[in-house]
Ligand binder design. Structure first.
Ligand code: NAP
Length: 347
């Protein structure tokens, strides 16, 4: 790329916004030109507006940028959105109408019939949907829920090789998934909270669209059964999920591990900067995967899987782990934008 593409971050002060800044500050294709957030932050230097919670140092040049309001007069072509869902829907639409490419982490537009719900390794062809959007030069692309992303990455090789009948998933979700300041310390310390508002319905609805097929301008959802229970646990980063599956054929355990280990897709073929070299790592160690050990694997973009074994109710059960603010949010969204550029969707 001869010249880097100027990008903006909506919700730049939040938990996901900060991860965008960390991941984009030395990106080979993108340069951060604009940061935007709420009225309370607008007008301040980024360094004064943000409560920086990452271990990576805040990039000095970003700290000097003035935080703007989330209105579509930003000097950039692409905006990455880490906006609170209470305003994301409307703001993202305004940006798309004004001609910006919007890559969103919020729930608001994920299930719109003309909006790709994109996991670049799984459904790159769903990007064709943006051709039927009504925004002219602008468009909206969405990243799935942070628990959905890990789940569908584990299911895709099973679907392709053995067919998928039904899924049961119990999530153990990190605190950072609730944003900053998120869950009160007195609620989460020494505790597990067996409820995350709206989460179970997202995890139950989004996979059918992502794993569905693109045909003549629409997505035909995958027909399979899924049930989810979502829990908040006292882990800082990294969502763990205990998954049970029924498959159409009954493969041997080794065949499933082979399907996961050999899974590779378009981002790897295209060698996209944020793509993990291997999307899925299977561990034979009996007590893996663990959030503290595996969440940063392969730039925080890989899915870790372990504990595959036969189940007495379903065919198989296993445990997965992925980084919620990297693979499940900022890193996943950046990978979507890289795929769009590599495949000619952004001129
Ligand atoms: P967060 O830490 O609460 O950050 C929210 C951001 O939105 C802040 O920058 C905030 O700016 C901005 N904002 C709030 N109200 C606004 C308004 N009225 N106008 C303009 N900006 C406003 O939340 P988060 O965890 O980063 O999540 C951001 C989005 O990503 C949410 O939709 C969430 O569901 C989704 N998501 C999060 C994760 C995760 O792991 N955390 C994963 C996947 C998806 P101020 O600082 O100025 O208030």
């Amino acid at each position: 790329m001869k010249q880097k593409i100027p990008v903006g971050i909506l919700g730049a002060t939040g938990s996901v916004g900060q991860k965008f800044i960390e991941l984009l500050s030395n990106h080979p294709w993108f340069v951060i030109k604009e940061v935007a957030a709420s009225e309370k932050s607008a007008g301040k230097n980024y360094a004064d507006a943000v409560n920086w919670i990452l271990s990576a140092p805040q990039p000095e040049q970003i700290g000097k940028l003035t935080v703007k309001n989330c209105v579509p007069d930003l000097d950039c072509r692409i905006v990455f959105s880490g906006l609170d869902s209470s305003i994301a829907g409307e703001v993202e639409e305004q940006f798309a109408k004004a001609g910006y490419v919007v890559v969103s982490n919020s729930k608001n537009h994920r299930m719109d019939f003309d909006v790709p719900l994109l996991v670049p390794e799984i459904n790159p062809d769903h990007l064709e949907l943006i051709k039927i959007q009504k925004y002219g030069k602008g468009c909206i692309i969405t990243n799935p829920n942070c628990s959905t992303i890990g789940l569908v990455l584990s299911l895709k090789p099973l679907l392709d090789n053995f067919g998928l009948e039904s899924v049961n998933v119990v999530t153990l979700q990190a605190i950072s998934g609730a944003g900053y300041p998120g869950v009160a310390s007195l609620d989460i310390y020494d505790n597990v909270i067996p409820f995350i508002g709206g989460e179970e319905s997202k995890v139950e609805k989004e996979p059918a669209k992502i794993l569905g097929s693109y045909k003549n301008g629409t997505i035909e959802n995958l027909n399979f059964k899924i049930s989810a229970q979502c829990n908040r646990v006292p882990v800082v980063d990294g969502h763990t999920e205990c998954v049970q599956v029924n498959l159409t054929s009954k493969p041997a355990k080794e065949e499933i591990i082979d399907a996961w280990e050999n899974f590779s897709s378009e981002p790897q073929k295209l060698d996209l900067p944020t793509a993990p070299s291997k999307p899925i790592y299977y561990f034979n160690t009996v007590n893996y995967p663990q959030p503290r050990i595996h969440r940063n694997l392969d730039k925080g973009m890989a899915l870790s899987i372990g504990r595959l074994r036969e189940d007495s109710i379903f065919d198989y059960k296993f445990v997965i782990l992925s980084h919620n603010t990297i693979r499940g949010a900022a890193g996943g969204a950046i990978l979507c934008a890289e795929l769009m550029i590599a495949n000619g969707y952004i001129q």
